[in-house]
Design a protein around this ligand. Sequence first.
Ligand code: 5GP
Ligand code: MN
Length: 344
Amino acid sequence: MQNESQFNFNKVKYLITEANNICLITHFNPDGDAIGSSLGLYHILVDLGKKVNVVVPNEYPDYLQWLPSNSDVLRYSIEKDIVKEKINTSDLIICLDFNELRRTGILFEILEKNKSKKILIDHHPYPQDIFDVQISDVTVSSTAELVYETALKCEFEKHININSATCLFAGLLTDTVAFNVNCSNPRTFEIAAKLMSYGLNKEDIHRRLFDNFSANRMRLLGYVLSEKLVILPEYCTAYMWLTAEELEEYEFRMGDSEGFVNYSLSIKGIHFAALFMQREDHIKISFRSRGDIPTNKIISSHFSGGGHKNASGGEEYLLSMDETIKKFVSILPLYEDVLNPCNK
Ligand code: 5GP
Ligand code: MN
């Protein structure tokens, strides 16, 4: 955690203590940190005796559907009226793993109108200034790590149990890609060790998150790496793309492309990786980088999206796949200095 004195944990504790009905909300297309941090906090608050609902905008991949109390998560895309009622009758909303309300997609309008107190717990840069308290820290590995720190600071440690620890560990493991990235601070490992001390099964969690794919997914990965990988050595960049027809051929299911974009970064000399995937009415873009290449600035300047410096994403609604890729290649010279400092 960065300089913790700047966070108002007293206010977080006060708002939680005073609240009876708490809604935990995360971003559109929830990932392992979104679900792990939300369910992790859910178990802590339930242990505190609170009435708690976890609300997500839409469905999430099967490999996340095993976390303790997964069946209690409410999906707005499936249960619109129930979710609306839960949000509107809550006296406290805690937003997890996103920095602006628009990231909740189809829940945006309901949340924007909602007048309940709101707490943000998140690790993305540039949080929107609309929350009653912000625990927003880009230096932590994951929102799950920050939930753990927040629980300690609010003196809720005795309410952490194996269920909350399992969910938080899954969130931490997701955002560090199993302790590969975002974990240069020893504190992340201290927290991982503390979570393990609740008796969770690390191997089992790892297996469920990372070794739980369909055969089709593995074949699609093989296809995209062998047929659709383009390397631009002059910019230390690699990109891949998948059309709707290709996804259909491999019976693509939500979550199947998780991790694809990271493979390009395993190539010697590649520091910037992109993946373009055709969705129903837009192109989904994923950027990853090493070092000082600010993928979030690149994506927000030229496409629509955002995220972290080394991992960001977005959606392109106006351009076709060909046009999106052409545009991507055309902007690389603008970043030549950071992409390939040796070119100068
Ligand atoms: P992914 O490439 O895995 O979809 O996303 C990587 C990261 O980029 C996410 O953790 C999230 O922080 C951010 N991100 C993904 N999609 C979007 C988007 O549409 N808008 C914004 N602002 N950020 C996104
Ligand atoms: Mn996260």
